[in-house]
Design a protein around this ligand. Structure first.
Ligand code: ZN
Ligand code: ZN
Length: 431
């Protein structure tokens, strides 16, 4: 096998573009991908995969940063209004989005798992025609939510490879598990998929990302390095309001406690053995000029080049939160709302992928590993597979970028879809 793959992909290029543009229009944030999940299930329905949805996808308690019940209900109503059938929606109620598709060829062979993240971001997409999705009429219909990281492309690549596996079932061996994962942004969903057991017994794990840095279409990185471990924390300081003129001494100033925490969080000593990061990205406090502020809220994140270095940052950060609260005699409450580990692509793939893809005319330039310097919760899956003796890979599919990831004008070249499907198909065929 190996012959005819590119010809097969060429016959699917229009389909890939259609999937991508339809998914782009129904952009939904993490754990609210109700329309997206329904769309994916419809596209997979006739292919012979066993489809698992609802509570079968994720261990509920292992999800990080699930939106409030009110927010989830509002998104469920929106999905209902936009045509998702009530019975299907009921199965996902409470933020149980995503799909796991499994196909057993019936022949002895490797168990290969692949992961495609499907969530979007809380960004109002550019409406000006300078932005291609606006110009060509496929801008997000869900105002305030946008595929600004390329996960519409990732879901499309997953649909593409699902069709490949289904159509080539007779020539393939082993079992294929395709994970359409909710809530990658903020590192919130992958851990819950792992905890449900979907990565148990997996021999080979394939995943990847479009873009990251601009590259020509046809560029493929066989792996990644410097995926940073990360922890996302929400912290609430609760003091006591008081009249700022008459009895300021009675108040407990949560704003000052949080301010002290912010400055001290940013003064954690960097770790001598590798890169660390910390960013306080949001700060809200108080209610008015003449009131001692009784509450304050912070959102921040830590990162580290290894899981240990991130752990160092997290421990130091928590001590500073507690110290600041103690100093101002206010209460501190914090929650971990997202977490990702560090992980490396196995060297096996750096050898295998250039060989497996050599005959693809879609892939013109294969590189070794890209330094990501960002975070990804796919690392939970990679680490779980590697701990069991399996092999894991995180590729980068090259594309020019109209703007950086998470920008309202983020866009990429749809030609990268065929490159990515070609890469995965050639890897599967090269057993
Ligand atoms: Zn992103
Ligand atoms: Zn992303």
């Amino acid at each position: 096998m190996g012959n005819g793959i590119d010809e097969w992909i060429a016959s699917k290029e229009e389909m890939l573009k259609t999937w991508r543009r339809e998914l782009h229009q129904i952009a939904e944030v993490g754990f609210c991908e109700y329309e997206t999940t329904y769309y994916i299930v419809q596209q997979l329905a006739e292919l012979g995969f066993t489809l698992h949805t609802g509570q079968a996808v994720m261990e509920g308690d292992a999800r990080f940063g699930v939106p409030s019940a009110d927010e989830l209900a509002a998104h469920e109503q929106r999905a209902r209004d936009n045509g998702v059938p009530a019975d299907f929606l009921a199965g996902m109620s409470g933020g149980f989005t995503g799909v796991v598709a499994v196909l057993d060829t019936g022949k002895a062979g490797k168990h290969t798992a692949m992961r495609f993240d499907i969530d979007a971001l809380p960004i109002l997409e550019e409406a000006d025609a300078v932005h291609l999705p606006a110009k060509e009429g496929f801008r997000s219909r869900n105002e305030g939510m946008m595929h600004a990281c390329g996960h519409d492309g990732h879901a499309t690549i997953g649909l593409g490879i699902a069709h490949f596996i289904a159509e080539r079932k007779e020539e393939l061996k082993g079992t294929y598990t395709l994970i359409f994962q909710p809530a990658e942004e903020g590192s919130r969903g992958a851990n819950a998929v792992v905890k449900k057991g979907w990565l148990d017994g997996v021999d080979q794990f394939l995943s990847g990302h479009l873009g990251i840095r601009p590259n020509p279409v046809g560029t493929l990185y066989s792996g990644s390095t410097h995926i940073l471990a990360t922890t996302k924390i929400d912290a609430s300081f609760t003091g006591k309001t008081a009249h700022a003129g008459m009895e300021p001494h009675v108040g407990k100033n949560a704003l000052l406690a949080a301010s002290s925490a912010v400055l001290n969080l940013h003064s954690i000593a960097p770790h001598g053995e590798g890169a660390t990061r910390l960013n306080v990205g949001r700060f809200e406090a108080g209610s008015g000029r003449n009131i001692v502020p009784g509450d304050a809220f912070l959102q921040f994140e830590t990162r580290g080049i290894t899981t240990e270095q991130n752990h160092y940052m997290k421990e130091e950060a928590v001590r500073r939160l507690e110290g600041a609260a103690l100093m101002y005699d206010v209460a501190i409450d914090y929650a971990i709302v997202g977490e990702g580990l560090a992980a490396e692509t196995d060297a096996y793939f750096l050898e295998k992928i250039p060989k497996a893809t050599a005959s693809s005319h879609y892939i013109t330039d294969v590189h070794d590993r890209m330094e990501v310097n960002g975070s990804e919760d796919v690392t939970y899956m990679m680490q779980h597979v590697q701990e069991q003796g399996g092999l894991a890979c995180y590729m980068i599919f090259g594309t020019p970028l109209a703007a950086g990831h998470h920008h309202k004008r983020f866009d990429w070249d749809e030609g990268a879809l065929a490159v990515a499907v070609s890469a995965l198909a050639h890897i599967l065929a090269h057993e």
